[in-house]
Design a protein around this ligand. Structure first.
Ligand code: AMP
Length: 394
């Protein structure tokens, strides 16, 4: 058993986006120092870290030097190269371990793992050639979705196939790399469960969160999801199965489709805090980020109870370019992430909390921040957060 990484120690984070930033912001009050490693400078996480190391992930000397300077390493994105993870482990514990990373990095491996553990998924098959794709379409039927096995996110590297005639074009559009073909599910709802597992195997979760996506990007999350208790319990149990099978120490999120009122299908997992769990910052006694800090440091897991129902709405870069009613078009509003929407419109609202990630450049589809609303009911929280976001632009 490793020693507890006590407050005052240094947590190393691979990756420097908003998840790293919110982890840093949660770990600092507990007295931890934060070192961030990524190929960029002046990053969302780096801005709030004690040390920001700027080097390529495959610069293993730099990775080793970074790991030597910290007491534990975690990450905020799952595409950390395997060699980088191994180099870190020479000098510091890495949580979650390489097994979870390996599984989450490849959609085919991930779904095969789910299925091998008796967890239900959409129908899927491996595609490594156009012939495989034709056979897959015969097996699975249309509509189906072809996804690159690695490095796809927010709908990138995905193409929906409505008719077998579209196979060749779909295969070309993926760049003819290893893919997974999935049956297209007419799901009723999208759900997620964020959970944590400690070094001692203790498990804590935030129940089921309900998500809606726009253009394949998470748009709004709300919790607790209005779901039959038995289905919610089943979702949580499935996530515990995943975390135990991979011996995860840290936070992990599983995304589900709900069909037929009560059938859960696992879509994907991420061995880190998740966008759908951002509402835990205000809504829960312990946020998903503080929980990640506690888990990877070997501290007792925190209380995950909700203080109030909550909803979260993402703020995409599009808002920086959209015209507000009656507002004059501003020039240069994307630079350094300044300008953009009129924040005072939402800062006035008593039930809304504003989070901005300090990204220097706004781009369409880029996650720049989020809003959270707390209310007496989930429906009210969702209404408040959507109304608040509408004040910022389209
Ligand atoms: P993913 O990158 O797999 O999370 O996909 C992004 C979004 O695309 C999901 O949240 C769903 O809204 C949609 N999607 C992905 N796969 C499927 C599928 N097999 N059937 C229906 N919708 C899907």
């Amino acid at each position: 058993m490793q020693d507890v990484i006590v407050p005052g120690s240094t947590i190393g984070i691979l990756g420097s986006g908003q998840l790293g930033r919110m982890l840093a912001l949660a770990a600092r009050p507990l007295g931890y120092r934060i070192h961030v490693f990524s190929p960029e400078q002046n990053t969302p996480a780096g801005q709030v870290a004690n040390v920001e190391v700027c080097a390529a992930y495959d610069d293993l000397d730099a990775v080793r030097a970074f790991a030597r300077g910290v007491d534990v390493v975690t990450y905020e994105f799952e595409n950390v190269p395997a060699a980088t993870a191994v180099a870190c482990q020479e000098f510091a514990p890495l949580h979650p371990g390489p097994q979870a990373l390996h599984m989450a990095q490849n959609r085919l491996r991930e779904k095969t793992f789910f299925a091998a553990n008796g967890l239900p998924t959409v129908p899927f098959t491996a595609v490594q050639s156009l012939a495989d794709l034709h056979n897959g379409i015969v097996e699975i039927g249309c509509p189906a979705v072809l996804k690159t096995a690695v490095s796809g996110y927010d709908g990138k590297g995905q193409i929906k196939i409505m008719h077998p005639d579209e196979a060749a074009a779909a295969w070309l559009s993926t760049g003819q790399v290893d893919c997974i073909l999935e049956g297209w599910v007419a799901f009723e709802r999208e759900l997620s469960v964020v959970a944590a597992r400690g070094r001692d195997g203790r498990f804590a979760h935030y129940g089921v969160i309900e998500n809606s996506h726009a253009n394949h990007i998470l748009d709004v999350s709300k919790a607790p999801a209005n779901l039959a208790p038995a289905v919610a319990a089943q979702a949580v149990e499935m996530v515990q199965t995943v975390m135990e099978a991979l011996d995860v120490v840290g936070v992990l999120c599983v995304e589900f489709f709900l069909t037929g009122g009560s059938q859960l299908l696992l879509n994907e997992m991420a061995p880190r805090p998740h966008n759908s769990g951002h509402l835990t910052i205000e809504a829960c006694v312990t946020s998903q980020f503080e929980q990640q800090c506690r888990a990877v440091c070997g501290l007792p897991l925190g209380d995950t109870r909700y203080r109030q129902p909550a909803a979260m709405a993402n703020l995409l870069g599009d808002l920086w370019f959209s015209q507000r009613k009656g507002a004059k078009k501003q020039s240069g509003q994307s630079e350094e992430g300044r300008g953009g929407p009129d924040w005072t419109a939402v800062l006035r609202l008593p039930h809304i909390k504003v989070h901005l990630y300090g990204k220097r450049e706004a781009r369409n589809g880029r996650k720049m921040g989020h809003l959270t609303a707390l209310a007496d009911s989930v429906e009210e929280a969702e209404k408040l957060v959507r109304e608040a976001r509408a004040l910022l632009g389209k």
